[in-house]
Design a protein around this ligand. Structure first.
Ligand SMILES: NC(=O)c1ccc[n+]([C@@H]2O[C@H](COP(=O)([O-])OP(=O)(O)OC[C@H]3O[C@@H](n4cnc5c(N)ncnc54)[C@H](O)[C@@H]3O)[C@@H](O)[C@H]2O)c1
Ligand SMILES: N[C@@H](CCC=O)C(=O)O
Length: 515
């Protein structure tokens, strides 16, 4: 019998045994850096002249890997492969599809630190962040496998005497999976396997900064028994390959995770019916955030400060869920700000291979430039109380930065920075704090630190975000526990890791037989 789903536990790196195992994995992966990886189309390795080079953001000169780069011709080949593979895969029993996910989860679990070490090198993730990313990838495999088994016979419907009615879910067709670099394992793997376990075939276009870990995952799927053509691995330029595939007449759905602007572009292009296309394309788009922690006057203020700092600076604030705005009620404002300043100044920045560094690099030069330009804007808009400096001589390092006394209308309170920068505003009361928190076009995560039950219930109804947390930080949703997705410009609220997610990759079919 299948054991019930439970999330993969995080590794306790205070144990010498686990810390030693991670050091060993780092050493092993370091020896493999700089290798070349092909595209995988219809199970075949395809090497191209054009390449994508993936560098360690903590050590700019360190080549993590060189990956072949798909152009439109190869994207077309991959599309044909996925289209053909769909013919068989859609009828492969759900149990067989789910078993491949369970097998893949087992393989990754056995190689857990190795995968996390790749994330440390390729995405600049500190140990605990890399470990959480790998754990989440395992969770998606285990959870979606079980969800598929739960819905494989559809949903019950009524039948009258003399008829037999059924309501089943069938797959959609070929999907294009476009994933971001910030959860290069969990989101890439989760969005891919949700599509595949439901009977679809896919083209996976990972982010160009983190293609190596995606290749490693494709190897696992192959080892787990996934037939050729079901997942085709085609890293490439978003503008060239991305647009081509989004527009393609055979594309039935697009599962995108990334920025607001790219998500809107995909949504718009997907709405155009191209020649030969016989369906309305479905778009799953999970986009950006401008996420707020609200601190009430009746609150555990130490918990508030700890939650702010962890949510703002974990993985250098490069999470769609990261706390980039804080709103504190007047009476406790000075005390919380002072403690946030103290905690932030104590954070150690540096190469995440060294576990004493809490904050690693940001992903690349473009991110470094964007974040540092927002820091300059912040100096005009608020009172800099911590950080404010950056150094890209060796890697892309930005000091955790806090601006206090920021107007709710300021740009750093409105625009997604996607780096270790947090802006703090003061509110005269709790209702005003929630109104400020809601005054954004995004609606992804939020948290309220309060001991006041009336205020908690007020926020539960009025704080308009897809993931709302009480008395904790606003990052770290767990698959199957806190289904994840946001409102408004944060996307289509698909709720990854939730009970309705798989159905987004399927269509319901009613059959009625007269007996
Ligand atoms: N809501 C969520 O669940 C979630 C999760 C992670 C990240 N994000 C968001 O993602 C962003 C950071 O990730 P990013 O920098 O990789 O985002 P991005 O939008 O720049 O890129 C995401 C993916 O889209 C591809 N792409 C770029 N242009 C394209 C085009 N024209 N057509 C098709 N694909 C194209 C990229 O190559 C990449 O694979 C942030 O805004 C963050 O908030 C959201
Ligand atoms: N699911 C992650 C965020 C994913 C986006 O970057 C969290 O809940 O922190």
């Amino acid at each position: 019998m299948m054991i019930p789903y439970k999330h993969e536990p995080f590794t306790d790196f205070t144990s010498n045994e686990h810390a030693d195992a991670y050091q060993t994995a780092l050493k092993q992966v370091k020896e493999q850096l700089g290798q070349e990886y092909p595209l995988i189309i219809n199970g075949e390795k395809v090497t191209t002249e054009q390449k994508i080079s993936s560098y360690n953001p903590a050590k700019k000169s360190e080549l993590v890997g060189v990956v072949s780069k798909a152009d439109q011709e190869l994207a077309e080949k991959a599309m044909q492969a996925a289209h053909t593979a769909f013919g068989e895969w859609q009828y492969t029993p759900a149990e067989v599809r789910a078993d491949i996910l369970f097998k893949a989860a087992a393989i990754i679990r056995r190689r857990k630190h190795e995968f996390s070490a790749w994330l440390t090198f390729e995405a600049g993730k500190p140990w605990n962040e890399a470990d959480a990313d790998t754990a989440e990838a395992i969770d998606f495999l285990e959870y979606y496998g079980r969800q598929m088994l739960a819905i494989k016979d559809g949903q019950p419907v009524e039948s009258r005497v003399g008829e037999f009615n059924r309501y089943d879910y069938i797959p959609l067709g070929v999907g294009v999976i476009i994933s971001p670099w910030n959860f290069p394992f969990a989101i890439m793997a989760g969005t891919t396997v949700a599509a595949v376990v439901t009977g679809n075939t896919v083209l996976l276009k990972p982010a160009s900064t983190t293609p190596v870990v995606a290749y490693k995952f494709i190897e696992v799927l192959e080892e787990a028994g996934l037939p050729a053509g079901v997942v085709n691995y085609i890293p490439g330029s978003g503008a060239e390959v991305g647009d081509y595939l989004v527009d393609h007449k055979h594309t039935r759905f697009i599962s995108f995770t990334g920025s607001r602007d790219v998500g809107l572009r995909i949504n718009q292009r997907a709405s155009v019916v191209n020649e030969g296309q016989i369906w309305i394309k479905r778009v799953i788009a999970e986009m950006g955030g401008k996420d707020t922690i609200v601190v009430d006057k009746e609150a555990d203020l130490e918990l508030a400060a700890q939650s702010i700092v962890k949510s703002a600076f974990g993985f250098s604030g490069q999470k769609c869920s990261a706390c980039s705005r804080v709103v504190i009620v007047d009476e406790v404002y000075d005390e919380v700000v002072a403690r946030v300043e103290e905690l932030t100044k104590a954070l150690q920045v540096g190469n995440p291979e060294d576990p004493t560094n809490y904050t690693g690099p940001v992903i690349d030069e473009a991110a470094f430039n964007k974040i540092t330009s927002y820091i300059e804007i912040g100096k005009e808009e608020g009172r800099l109380i911590a950080g404010g400096t950056a150094d890209q001589s060796e890697g892309y390092f930005v000091q955790p930065t806090v601006f206090a006394d920021v107007s709710p209308e300021a740009r750093i309170m409105k625009e997604e920075i996607f780096g270790p920068v947090v802006a703090i505003s003061k509110a005269s009361n709790f209702e005003e704090a929630i109104a400020i928190a809601n005054d954004t076009e995004y609606g992804l995560t939020g948290a309220v630190i309060s001991k006041n039950r009336t205020n908690i219930e007020y926020a539960r109804q009025r704080f308009h975000v897809g993931n709302l947390y009480f008395n904790r930080g606003c990052t770290g949703a767990i698959v199957g526990y806190q289904p994840f997705g946001g409102f408004n410009m944060s996307g289509t609220d698909s709720k990854a890791g939730g009970p309705d997610y798989l159905q987004l990759h399927m269509q319901a079919k009613t059959t009625s037989e007269t007996l």
